[in-house]
Design a protein around this ligand. Structure first.
Ligand SMILES: [Zn+2]
Ligand SMILES: [Zn+2]
Length: 103
């Protein structure tokens, strides 16, 4: 087999595999690269599916704590009315425990 005469060199810091398929490098810090912060603390690696609303840590499905956040609107004569559906707040386990402890 005759090797291809010119192979474009991958830029430094890039794995180069994307270039074999003529794809651009994934950007640094892209969502694919985010791992669960709590799993990392346990010496494990799990892909993050969400970001803690309080501390910004990436969280995997096991560590994501989802709570409903009821929004309100002001109706006629300053009456506050709950609106549906409730919004969603995702926190890491630590931030949720801190919220619960604070009441
Ligand atoms: Zn995790
Ligand atoms: Zn957090």
């Amino acid at each position: 087999m005759v090797p291809s005469p010119i192979l474009p060199a991958a830029p430094p810091g890039c794995g180069g595999r994307a270039h074999e398929r003529q794809l651009p490098c994934p950007p640094r810090g892209s969502a694919e690269a985010v791992n669960c912060f709590d799993c990392a603390g346990l010496g494990q690696t799990a892909g993050a599916v969400a970001v803690c609303a309080d501390c910004g840590a990436g969280v995997c499905p096991d560590h994501a704590q989802v709570t409903a956040r009821w929004l309100t609107r002001t109706a006629v004569i300053n009456r506050t009315v709950v609106v549906e559906p409730p919004a969603r707040t995702i926190r890491c386990r630590l931030c949720q425990q801190a919220r619960d402890a604070a009441g």
